[in-house]
Design a binder for this molecule. Structure first.
Ligand code: ADP
Ligand code: MG
Length: 348
């Protein structure tokens, strides 16, 4: 089995969104090709994330929910080249303290038998029992923040906004994770189950976007496959299709159409090497180019920045992944030129 490493860090579970993000990232780290997220009452009652990943090995049952215990071997000095999302061993331990946490898990050789794990709020393992389970892991979080009345009230008060934010995060993971099938549902207070969206695995990004945002969205989108040569960008040039590209911005953006009502949802998703990131400066370029066409709304953007890992620094905070690109100014200018060219081309 893999060893448990101890790593120092801060609080990762600050709101509903960070709970779901941490659980989904654990499923992705476990190599899942299917992830189901089930909310009850928008997450107020419970959040369940079920995957078909490699499961938890018996020798790690005692430690999975202890603070700073992680089975993920990674180089903490170089966050940009991390192979896994998790590296701090904090999410499950925080969730033990902040909710009722229960885990069902089975490794391939154990299925169709699995184990149910119950924890103390300290993260210590309280009890295990044998259950029926397919290969994979289901993490159930009930009564989030119930033991912290002020935070619970805040969650209840802001639940609509929080839930919308969570769905936004799930949309981004679902569209970028081509090899993973996502299913997201919500059980309303009266017991009615609502399917929010479902994607398939091994389909194109376009098909996932259609499944998440509706097929109508597709007809309004232009594909982006912008490649930049850093020498070029430093000289404030952009040459489409130039050889030896070092940076790419790949994805889909809505075509600016003057005088037309909104055809696409008001969503902008940015990724660096397929990891969801907050990139306000990039968003600004898209919005400004769009505005230059006298279109009042902001565009739908799904943009993955493909770039060498030594060309940026990562700052991973609980609710976002912020990236500092070393050549950002030059790159943004080239992106602006490339977008204008892309849209001009579309007009013909
Ligand atoms: P981290 O992801 O930083 O390692 P977490 O607290 O999120 O820390 O998870 C602790 C450990 O629990 C992980 O290192 C992993 O071994 C195990 N684990 C959590 N979720 C899953 C999952 N869905 N499938 C398999 N193992 C999991
Ligand atoms: Mg984790």
């Amino acid at each position: 089995g893999r060893s448990i490493h101890q790593i120092q860090s801060g609080q990762v579970v600050i709101d509903l969104c960070s709970v779901v993000k941490e659980l989904v990232e654990n499923s992705l780290d476990a190599g899942a090709t299917s992830i189901e997220v089930r909310f009850k009452a928008n997450g107020l009652d419970s959040i369940e994330v079920q995957d078909n990943g490699h499961g938890i090995s018996k020798e790690n049952y005692d430690t999975v929910a202890l603070k700073h215990c992680t089975s993920k071997l990674s180089n903490y000095d170089d966050l940009s080249s991390l192979q896994t999302f998790g590296f701090r061993g904090e999410a499950l331990s925080s969730l033990c303290a902040l909710s009722n946490l229960q885990i069902l898990t089975a490794q391939a050789h154990e299925a169709p038998k699995g184990t149910r794990l119950d924890f103390e709020s300290s993260g210590e393992l309280k009890a295990t029992s044998v259950i029926a389970s397919q290969k994979g892991t289901t993490v159930m979080v009930e009564a989030l923040f119930a033991n912290l009345p002020v935070r619970r009230q805040e969650l209840e008060r802001n639940i609509k906004r929080e839930y919308t934010k969570v769905l936004g995060v799930l949309q981004a993971y679902a569209c970028i994770s081509a090899s993973v099938k996502f299913a997201v549902s919500n059980i309303l207070a009266k017991g009615k189950k609502v399917v929010i969206f479902a994607t398939k695995s091994n389909v194109s990004t376009r098909e996932s976007i259609a499944n998440v945002f509706g097929a109508k969205t597709l007809s309004a989108l232009v594909s982006m496959d912008l490649r930049f040569d850093l020498q070029d960008t430093r000289n404030k040039k952009y040459t489409a299709g130039k050889g030896d590209p070092q940076v790419g911005v790949v994805g889909h953006v809505s075509r600016p159409v003057v005088g037309e009502g909104r055809q696409t949802p008001d969503r902008q998703m940015f990724f660096v090497n397929a990891r969801p990131c907050t990139l306000p400066q990039f968003a600004k370029v898209f919005n400004e180019v769009y505005k230059s066409y006298n279109v009042s709304q902001s565009p739908f953007v799904f943009a993955n920045i493909i770039i060498d890992t030594d060309a940026y620094d990562v700052n991973v905070s609980p609710d976002k992944r912020t990236i500092l690109l070393h050549e950002q100014t030059a790159l943004l200018e080239s992106l602006r030129m490339a977008l204008v060219e892309l849209f001009e081309h579309q007009d013909q």
